[in-house]
Write a protein that binds this ligand. Structure first.
Ligand code: SAM
Length: 282
């Protein structure tokens, strides 16, 4: 496990992923019943943008820093507000020194009745995340293989919830593991909302992933993709994708408002491309 998220924290991938995550949680909060968020590849929760790794990498400057420097149109700004409030809350003196990873963002958005279960396999990262949530009865950090959690942690006892699967994609076969993991998880918790992150680097891999998911027979899958540059050879990350299973009925409309102006802010050429489409309907 060589992957270190500190190099990528707050980059365009995180911004898009965390905004979608926020919209999913805000929807779950519309009903009073408790829900649980299961974050299978959680990271350390809070990233120091003044630290060595973040300083060596320009990613957050081309991600969250750009978003904070630009105004979204009013309707999109309203949808981004809960996410931006958490980011700003992590930087109480203004400026941008810290960035909240998915477990910290989720935790800040939860109500008292909701729970977060976060899995992280890297021992040092799991320790850092445990320290961040020490004494917090609403969150639990488990040093565990996130793929195993899709069996052992599902279904949650609340019977309502969201599963974020955000693997590092540092090994071959991650797309296949993602599709197989969804099938296993969906059998145990078919009514759950799932958000599966994937990189846009190789068009063939992306298309094969969508085809494999269609073949599972699982209904209601919406794909949201943001491309910030043109595909290149040799392959280089050109965009970010999220496959959402059982999305709230409001999500497609929200993403159509939010993602195009966000993409223009994050794209290298000031335009970029957004794609929001159903892989499978009902
Ligand atoms: C892309 S990062 C997660 C970022 C985080 N979800 C966020 O949005 O802030 C992937 C994380 O998964 C961890 N990891 C790698 N393999 C894992 C596994 N099999 N199970 C759980 N965590 C794993 C890595 O140490 C890394 O912290």
């Amino acid at each position: 496990m060589n992957y270190r998220h500190a190099f990528h924290a707050g980059g365009f991938v995180d911004v898009v992923k965390h905004l979608i995550l926020t919209r999913l949680i805000e929807y779950l909060k519309l009903k009073p019943a408790a829900f649980r968020v299961i974050d299978t590849h959680a990271g350390i929760g809070r990233y120091d943008l003044t630290g060595e790794e973040a300083q060596r990498s320009p990613e957050w400057r081309e991600g969250i820093a750009r978003l904070l420097d630009h105004d979204l149109p009013p309707e999109a700004a309203a949808l981004a507000q809960p996410y931006l409030d958490v980011v700003k809350g992590e930087n109480p003196d203004g400026g941008l020194k810290a960035y909240p990873g998915s477990p910290l963002l989720v935790r800040k958005l939860l109500r008292p009745q909701d729970r977060l279960f976060a899995m992280e396999l890297h021992p040092a990262d799991a320790k850092a995340l445990s320290a961040l949530f020490a004494g917090d009865i609403q969150s639990r950090v488990i040093e565990l293989d996130g793929w195993l959690a899709l069996g052992s942690q599902l279904p949650p006892k609340e019977k309502r919830g969201l599963v974020l699967i955000d693997p590092p994609f540092e090994e071959d076969g991650e797309f296949e593991r993602l599709a197989a993991g969804l099938v296993r998880a969906h059998k145990r918790f078919p009514q759950g909302v799932y958000a599966l992150w994937y990189p846009l680097k190789d068009q063939k891999e992306r298309d094969a992933f969508a085809a494999a998911l269609r073949e599972t027979g699982i209904a209601k899958m919406l794909r949201a993709e943001v491309m910030v540059r043109a595909p290149a050879h040799p392959p280089r990350l050109f965009g970010t994708g999220m496959m959402i299973v059982n999305p709230p009925y409001t999500l497609e409309g929200e993403l159509k408002v939010l993602l195009p102006p966000l993409t223009a802010i994050l794209a290298d050429n000031g335009r970029g491309t957004t794609r929001i489409e159903w892989i499978r309907g009902e």
